[in-house]
Ligand binder design. Structure first.
Ligand code: A3P
Length: 273
């Protein structure tokens, strides 16, 4: 690697420094990326960047250079692993090469979810973002369907065509460097998925059943960290809009072939519609 991957911007007598993340959560948007990074942070050897850095996908940030990126990372001890998550990386075509150029040994985490569910979640996210700006949204069926067919120009549909984006990552990173997390499983039963992530990152087994409890009011698992209990933000786990059964069936049908192509690419299947 032509770049130094760690810096010591200030003298920290406690021996911590900021470094290039050994692992990056690359997506997918609405796949459960926040849950994943929060659950991973339960591990004492993990330190996570607080916000989405958007270094590799936003030109205005990429131009600031590697030292800027590293300066966005939390301080860590030598035995710890730094992680950041920017869900837009997965679908941004320049990102795989850019990460590869800096450190081809970076371990990538990708959390996927039923592509139809992901579309509805994506729509819901945009709906609330617009609402905050007092902007009106088109009804979901209007954006999903164009001339009686699934509207492939709708961004949320494109983002759920996982195989297209995956092909671009596999040009640079072997499958051994990309761990797929089952986002639907992470919702239903987070512990087994997190144990697999621990293994992939060669972490000691520390995350355990007592770290999770089901919150009936939220309808999701919440986290218990050193006795402190917390759920994810209210924007995580929102109700999705009702979609006409015929449109829903069309969506499931639409994703059938793309899903098969992804399964072939990654050598495994997911339990999707
Ligand atoms: P919905 O809000 O559509 O249900 P991201 O963090 O990538 O934006 O993903 C958000 C999704 O994470 C949520 O989508 C939710 O389904 C999922 N999720 C997974 N585990 C969760 C948890 N324990 N609490 C809340 N949301 C969780």
């Amino acid at each position: 690697s032509p770049y130094p991957v760690e810096i010591q911007p200030t003298l920290h007598p406690n021996g911590t420094k900021q470094c290039f993340p050994q692992t990056i959560i690359i997506g997918v948007r609405k796949g459960g990326t926040r849950a994943l990074i929060e659950m991973l942070s339960l591990h004492p050897d993990i330190v996570a960047a607080e916000s989405e850095v958007h270094f590799f996908d936003w030109e205005s940030n990429f131009e600031k250079g590697l030292y800027w990126y590293i300066s966005q990372m939390p301080f860590s001890y030598p035995h710890q692993i730094t992680v950041e998550k920017t869900p837009a990386y997965f679908t941004s075509s320049k990102v795989p090469e850019r990460i590869y150029q800096i450190n081809s040994d970076t371990k990538l985490l990708l959390i996927l979810r039923d592509p139809t569910e992901r579309v509805l979640s994506d729509y819901t996210q945009v709906f609330y973002n617009r609402l905050q700006k007092h902007k009106h949204s088109q009804p979901i069926e209007t954006v999903l369907i164009k001339n009686g067919e699934i509207n492939v120009d709708y961004k949320a549909i494109n983002r759920s065509l996982y195989y297209i984006h995956m092909q671009k990552w596999l040009k640079y990173f072997p499958l051994t460097h990309i761990h797929l997390v089952d986002g639907d499983q992470l919702i239903r039963d987070p512990l087994p998925e997190m144990k697999k992530v621990e293994k992939f990152l060669s972490l000691s087994p520390q995350i355990n059943a007592s770290n999770f409890y089901f919150n009936k009011t939220k309808g999701f698992f919440c986290l218990r960290d050193n006795g402190r209990e917390r759920c994810l933000h209210e924007s995580k786990g929102r109700a999705h809009p009702q979609v006409a059964p015929t449109v829903l069936a069309k969506l499931y049908q639409f994703f059938h072939q793309p899903n098969k192509r992804l399964f072939e690419l990654v050598g495994r299947t997911f339990d999707w519609h």
